[in-house]
Design a protein. Structure first.
Length: 438
């Protein structure tokens, strides 16, 4: 485990290090050095901190002292042995303060923290020129921006522009990380999202989250931002923000090499990336965000079959709220919402599960499929329609859930702007239980 953080603060949630340090409620170096002493050990997106004496705050008219238990009581600042400053943004105690003669020891678990090479200010305002963001799997899905090491000079590839707004421009870029010594050197490329600031505001944070959702969709698994580094105009790293996300520990052990050959690798549709970023930055709406969130909620969580079916059907219901036919008539019934939703699939992708020739015509098998989803959802939710002939049996539940999940995934990929051929090729690898047609 490392005993120092490099000067560029190039750490991610998958880094491991352990350092001694001093800690205080005050951001001032003098106060920190006169405060508590302890050890910060970081791994799997979480810092485990043990310090003595405990940090306290006063409460009430009588000035009683209480142990700082979380960020609502006070923000904790630290100065580590290698000269790095740290700030705890989200943390909790284990409530097992150890009292011994003359001192007490308290333990904290920190899931969101900032590192800096300069003292934090009491206000959180930070002026920066650009941001570098790393994500799980971005090295693989964005590998096309990295030059071939043995054939090209490693400084040849400029940042690859993929989109922007009046607030910032977005690029895919990379930097080399070297390990070992002068005799045995290992070189690894780190692909990053570079966000160049035009006008500083909170929209950058929203985009970082939205890009992570997009990566999660093409991975079909929850993907997290693994580090956010804020850089000034001279290239100095001002701050690194690390925060644990869902499945951080699992993702750190996942081999994402499949992303190199995936149909959804960015290199397969470089010319479409700007269109995709434009959609993410300016075109998508709250209903689409909810559809994506509901889909991703089900991807990694082992919901029981009933809960999964309810969640998938409800996500389409919510997404289609407010939909109208071309004559302006509002679509109210869920059966009609789902059928109308299916009408908007591209013919090629619709044909993965249905008879293409009947997309805009009557299709008894498609209608039976939709009736089964709606009636089973209603039965599981309200115990309505218990005598419906369309109720899905326990033995068929997995098949229906797999089908509706795939249809939602296909729709989201298409709506983002992933080429239909890439989506079709991805799904043709599987043995699909078609709903209608040959």
């Amino acid at each position: 485990m490392n005993r120092r953080i490099d000067y560029n603060l190039n750490k991610t949630v998958h880094s491991s290090f352990s350092l001694m340090g001093h800690f205080s409620k005050s951001p001032k170096t003098k106060d920190i050095l006169e405060g508590s002493t302890g050890t910060l050990t970081y791994h799997d997106g979480v810092a485990e901190v043990e310090m003595t004496p405990e940090i306290t705050y006063t409460f009430g008219d009588d000035g009683a002292f209480f142990t700082v238990e979380n960020e609502e009581d006070a923000i904790i600042y630290g100065y580590l042995e290698d000269g790095t400053y740290v700030r705890f943004n989200s943390f909790s105690t284990s409530y097992d303060v150890i009292h011994a003669p003359g001192f007490s020891v308290v333990r904290y678990r920190v899931s969101d923290l900032d590192f800096s090479k300069s003292e934090f200010k009491s206000d959180s305002t930070l002026t920066y020129d650009h941001v570098l963001v790393t994500y799980d799997s971005l090295n693989e899905f964005g590998a096309f921006v990295v030059p071939v090491l043995m054939k090209e000079d490693k400084s040849e590839n400029p940042p690859f522009f993929i989109g922007g707004t009046e607030d910032f421009d977005v690029y895919l870029t990379y930097e080399w990380k070297q390990y070992g010594n002068r005799v045995n050197i290992n070189v690894k490329a780190q692909v990053e999202l570079e966000i160049r600031i035009k006008r500083q505001n909170s929209k950058v944070d929203a985009f970082i989250k939205d890009f992570g959702a997009f990566l999660s969709i093409i991975n079909n698994s929850t993907i997290n931002a693994t580090s956010v580094r804020y850089i000034d105009k001279d290239g100095n790293v001002l701050r690194t923000h690390l925060f644990a996300g869902p499945h951080t520990e699992r993702n750190g052990k996942t081999d994402y090499s499949y992303g190199i050959s995936s149909e959804f690798n960015f290199g397969n549709y470089q010319d479409n990336l700007k269109q995709i970023m434009d959609f993410i930055l300016t075109e998508k709406n709250d209903q689409f965000d909810k559809l994506v969130q509901n889909y991703l909620y089900n991807v990694d969580d082992d919901l029981n079959l009933d809960s999964a079916l309810i969640n998938y059907v409800n996500s389409i219901d919510i997404y289609m709220n407010g939909s109208r036919y071309s004559d302006g008539t509002r679509i109210k019934k869920l059966f009609k919402k789902i059928n109308f939703w299916l009408e908007h699939f591209p013919e090629k992708l619709y044909g993965l599960y249905f008879d293409k020739s009947k997309q805009l015509a009557n299709d008894d098998k498609r209608d039976a499929f939709v009736h089964s989803l709606v009636d089973t959802r209603d039965y599981l939710t309200h115990f309505d329609k218990k005598n419906s002939p369309y109720l899905i049996s326990d033995s068929d539940r997995v098949t229906y859930i797999t089908q509706i999940r795939a249809l939602i995934h296909i729709y989201i990929l298409h709506t983002y702007g992933i080429p239909d051929n890439s989506i079709w090729n991805y799904y043709r690898r599987f043995i699909l239980d078609r709903i209608s047609g040959d």
